[in-house]
Ligand binder design. Structure first.
Ligand code: ADP
Ligand code: MG
Length: 453
């Protein structure tokens, strides 16, 4: 079945991605809905898991028994070379290094781009409209761009998707340009490798010859001094030449601990935009769009009324999980040739729904908030009314209302026996403040993220 699935997968993910990421895998077994693979490296399996897991599940389910999860063993077989170093006969178009200027057998620098991460597949809503607009502008490559463009936001909110979309679009507009996309982890890996193999001059040269450099998840190099040093020089050299840089991270530059000040200040010369946590409307929009795409290939898909709304309502943490859930439903539907009703969805996604509901307790919230604002836990319940204590307390009330299913009187009891109207007042106050005070809204988003992690 792996052979059949592979033939399909090659079409869905594109030959390049397929050769690079999926081909190195070996299917060992499918048992109880779990497909086990042998993967040469952790890097490959992580990548596959993040980008192609749902496609693999759909295809395996189509040709064999239902697969609802993938498992990877690393390097159980004879170790194969790291895929990123394999010389591929046809590198992805938007990759650097095709004109290797006489260098022999140089490793490809970038990571391949996911063909599905395009602007047309990106659903725009309030939480991401600014990031999307900035990305569009940068992709146009006009003279009044933003350089560097720094995108940040929580896991699964679309940073990587937007970066790939910029690369695709820019490359279409500027076919001769060299666009290089890679993760900060890969940057470090290449750098260390160049040091080891004494090819550091080649390394520098290759990076400095690109027209657009995109480094994903840059928080990874925080605290890694020599990598940062090199990154900083590369970065400066490119910006000075007017080359575009796009960077992503899971938080704002100022909040990345262990990132050098000069890098932070250089970053703030460009544009910094964040992707906010998704709203119900955006989640529903994304689900509808993905369902349309799937239905185009599988016209027989029957999705019951209210299923997408249910998912958008219940799976709130991250778009990747949301997508995974949807893909699992598709796999289920195409295998059993059965309509996806609400009941089927609930049963089929029980585990995802359960972890998404993982109970956050008022205790957790009070502790985290107290820690964050550096006040005593006892002050959460205590009577103090000074702003420095009262405000964090209200934030904790607000989060308790938002993240738990406790009623206002119950919450009141946990805050030192306060009345439910006091809680209501606190919740409203924070809602009101957060709608205008950007710093507060960010603080709350960060706390939520920490609590939901
Ligand atoms: P991040 O890099 O921020 O962790 P990704 O870009 O990898 O997140 O996004 C996770 C998944 O969610 C991807 O499959 C991506 O296509 C999808 N996704 C996120 N935001 C959107 C959106 N606005 N529209 C469509 N798909 C989205
Ligand atoms: Mg990412």
């Amino acid at each position: 079945i792996w052979g059949q699935a592979c033939a399909k997968l090659e079409k869905t993910v594109g030959p390049n991605n397929f050769n690079h990421w999926i081909k190195p895998l070996r299917l060992i077994a499918v048992e109880d809905g779990v497909a086990s693979f042998d993967s040469p490296t952790r890097f490959i399996s992580d990548w596959v898991n993040r980008h192609f897991a749902s496609d693999i599940m759909v295809e395996l389910s189509r040709f064999g028994s239902a697969v609802e999860r993938l498992r990877f063993d690393i390097g159980a077989a004879r170790p194969t070379p790291v895929a990123a170093n394999e010389s591929r006969p046809q590198p992805a178009r938007p990759q650097s290094g095709r004109h290797s200027r006489g260098m022999t057998a140089r490793p490809d620098l970038g990571a391949p781009l996911d063909p599905r991460f395009t602007f047309s597949n990106f659903v725009v809503g309030k939480p991401n409209e600014l990031a999307h607009a900035a990305a569009r502008r940068v992709a146009e490559g006009g003279p009044v761009g933003f350089n560097p463009l720094f995108l940040y936001g929580g896991v699964g909110l679309g940073k990587t998707h937007l970066m790939h979309a910029i690369a695709h679009d820019y490359q279409t507009r500027h076919p001769a340009a060299e666009v290089l996309y890679l993760s900060a982890e890969q940057f470090m890996y290449r750098f260390v490798q160049a040091l080891r193999e004494s090819t550091i001059m080649d390394f520098k040269g290759m990076f400095r010859n690109v027209n657009m450099l995109m480094v994903d998840d840059v928080q990874f190099i925080a605290g890694k001094d020599s990598t940062q040093e090199e990154f900083f020089h590369t970065f400066n050299a490119l910006v000075d030449q007017g080359k575009q840089i796009v960077i992503s991270a899971d938080r704002a530059p100022a909040e990345i601990k262990g990132l050098e000040e000069r890098i932070k200040s250089r970053l703030s010369c460009g544009l910094i935009v964040d992707l906010h946590p998704t709203t119900y409307e955006l989640r529903l929009g994304i689900l509808q769009s993905k369902t349309e795409v799937f239905r185009a290939q599988h016209p027989d898909l029957e999705m019951g009324a209210g299923v997408l709304e249910f998912l958008a309502h219940r799976i709130t943490t991250n778009v990747r999980v949301l997508e995974g859930a949807l893909q699992r439903l598709f796999a289920h539907a195409s295998l059993l040739r059965r309509e996806i009703t609400l009941d089927v969805a609930q049963e089929c996604l029980a585990d995802i729904l359960r972890t998404n509901d993982r109970k956050i307790s008022i205790d957790d919230i009070q502790r985290k908030v107290a820690e964050h604002y550096n006040i005593r836990l006892a002050d959460m319940m205590g009577p103090k009314r000074v702003r420095t204590v009262a405000r964090p307390r209200q934030i904790a009330m607000y989060l308790s209302k938002q993240l738990t299913s406790r009623s206002l009187p119950e919450i009141g009891r946990r805050f030192g026996g306060r009345d439910h109207t006091t809680i209501m007042h606190g919740v409203r106050k924070i809602e009101e403040l957060a709608s205008t005070d950007h710093a507060l809204a960010e603080d709350i988003a960060l706390l939520k993220r920490l609590l939901e992690a």
